[in-house]
Design a protein around this ligand. Sequence first.
Ligand SMILES: [Zn+2]
Length: 81
Amino acid sequence: MSDNLSAQQLLRIRSKLETVVNEQPNTRQAESAAAALQRMREGEYGYCVECGDEISAARLAAKPDVALCVDCEALQDEEDA
Ligand SMILES: [Zn+2]
């Protein structure tokens, strides 16, 4: 679990993710939020799924379902372009 996030922040983020899953079922957002909740259960939340780097608390707070660090996201954007 990321050291950057306090338990309270984590709780807030979890309830945000659960709200998305419950209120917007069958959307990409819900899918991504469910994946984030799954990572939380496995203790992997807050780490980039590509490189394993820690994702900053500010980034997680702004985008709770984010799965990639800034570097990996930039790489992915380049591939998509
Ligand atoms: Zn990464």
